[in-house]
Design a binder for this molecule. Structure first.
Ligand SMILES: *Cc1c(COP(=O)(O)O)cnc(C)c1O
Length: 478
């Protein structure tokens, strides 16, 4: 035993190893030192418990190298950027885990400009006086949506929180039981309501809510009628929700504002893309909703933001709310949002330059054509190590939007011969760049809808690499 323990190197000795010296040039010394200490301690504990740190430990003459290697393995992830590029081959256009919308080239350029120099973020260049960061997008939003006023916060969850806190703190808000949604990541209407200090009054049933249900629930304590878009689910069958127009009429009669949380709001009619009918933001504004909130990075195709449009009196009140300062957007968001919104202006309307829109607009033929091309590349990359086939299926809008939308797609199935499908998926996920596909049955599915220009080649190269089995840990000199 003592001879085994004696083989353990001293900390100083390990620190002089070439691999560790490389780590010392990339990470704080204390961090490396601590990891070396911990690894030696762990090996000592194993030896005392009659286990060997690795099988050939007794005979190995390069214990230091093995130890250094283990330290390196532990610390290596810290030396590389964690936020990395991922090739989205899932066909889910607005994939929240993959960062939702990809920005349009004009938006990317605007972000670079804003980030790399000074801007008039809060300066009115006309008067030389202090300006508002929201001014850069307010005008555009009112032009495009037809609303009287607009403002923007960090995300739509923040927008809902701010609206409820401003308009209904300490008061009651009436919501249909069919609309008490949860949007992944703990955004739940009842909980946001609680945070805002407003009291939730549920009316109707899960499947049916009538105007008279809202009407009966109105008391002197009522501050707001709220309609929430059931973004990520549908109640089908024997159902009824009260149309917004009826709620607006009731609100006017009772002197109460009506708010609409649209979730993934969009600015143009999406039916021409073959998507199911849902009212666009301008339509909801025309119907008479007093406040409308929606996300910047869902179907709009811009940066993460929560957009609030509506009647000036309410928007003014929100600006005065101290929460607004805590939820404010940064200059890069202002830049990206302004550029994205400009793409929607009738004059220079160029929606196909917005990747989200372009992906959704991809025709059946174009999709099939691209899938064929990719299948050819993958076939070549696999070199007989996997079966490649084409199958009919669907892409998804994602981002909790239009869960029942039918986006027909030609998918490419990959079935490896030399490893399991989940092993292949893991290798692709851990590769550089990482690749995400869809695991289904015993195949990995790739969808070209969400691939960006030039990614087909990268995907093929990634597949070739992923089909090559990783070698298990290096041996040692005995
Ligand atoms: C997505 C969504 C939200 C949250 O929006 P974020 O921009 O992700 O914060 C809120 N309400 C509805 C109905 C949604 O669909």
């Amino acid at each position: 035993m003592s001879s085994l323990l004696r083989k353990l190197p001293a900390v100083e000795h390990v620190l002089q190893h070439a691999e560790i010296e490389v780590l010392l040039s990339q990470l704080p010394r204390d961090v490396v030192l601590e990891q070396v200490r911990q690894t030696i301690q762990e090996w000592r504990r194993m030896l005392l418990e009659n286990q060997l740190p690795f099988p050939d430990y007794e005979k190995c003459t390069e214990v230091v190298s093995r130890l250094a290697e283990q330290v390196k393995e532990k610390l290596l992830p810290n030396t590389r950027p964690r936020l990395r590029r991922v090739i989205n081959a899932t066909g889910v256009v607005l994939h929240t885990n993959l960062g939702r919308a990809v920005l349009a080239p004009t938006a990317i350029e605007a972000v670079i400009t804003a980030a790399s120099g000074y801007t008039n973020l809060e300066l009115d260049l006309a008067t030389g006086k202090r300006g508002s960061r929201y001014a850069h997008v307010e005008n555009l939003l009112t032009l495009i949506t037809g609303a009287e006023a607009a403002m923007v916060v960090n995300n739509n969850a923040a927008a809902v929180l701010l609206c409820l806190s401003t308009l209904a703190k300490g008061k009651e808000v009436i919501v249909s039981r069919g609309q008490l949604v949860e949007i992944g990541g703990s955004f739940r209407i009842p909980e946001v309501m609680e945070q805002s200090g407003a009291f939730l009054v549920e009316v109707g049933a899960t499947n049916k809510t009538y105007l008279r249900d809202y009407e009966r629930a109105i008391t002197p304590e009522t501050a707001l009628l709220l309609q929430v878009h059931t973004s990520n689910y549908r109640i089908v069958g024997f159902t009824r929700e009260t149309p917004l127009a009826e709620l607006v009429e009731l609100g006017q009669r009772a002197g109460l504002p009506v708010m609409c949380d649209l979730g993934s709001g969009f600015l143009v009619d999406m039916r021409n893309l073959g998507l199911p009918y849902e009212p666009s933001v301008p339509e909801v504004v025309r119907t008479g909703a007093d406040i409308v909130t929606f996300s910047g990075d869902k179907l709009l195709g811009g940066p993460q933001a929560g957009i609030i449009v509506g009647k000036r009196v309410y928007i003014e009140k929100m600006r005065q709310n101290p929460l607004t300062r805590a939820l404010r957007i940064d200059k890069m968001t202002v830049a990206a949002l302004e550029a994205t919104l400009r793409e929607y202006l009738p004059g220079d309307k160029n929606l196909l330059s917005i990747p989200t829109y372009r992906m959704l607009a991809m025709s059946r033929e174009e999709h099939k054509h691209k899938a064929r091309e990719l299948a050819g590349l993958l076939e070549e990359a696999a070199g007989g190590r996997a079966e490649i086939e084409m199958l009919e299926g669907n892409s998804a809008v994602g981002g909790g939007a239009m869960p029942t939308a039918d986006l027909p797609a030609t998918l490419i199935g990959v079935k490896p011969n030399n490893m399991s499908v989940s092993e292949l998926a893991t290798n692709l996920r851990q590769g550089e760049p990482a690749v995400m596909g869809r695991l289904q049955d015993d195949r990995l599915l790739f969808d070209v809808r969400t691939l960006l220009k030039g990614e087909e080649i990268l995907l093929a190269a990634a597949l070739a690499a992923a089909l090559t089995r990783r070698e298990a840990g290096r041996g040692c000199t005995i």
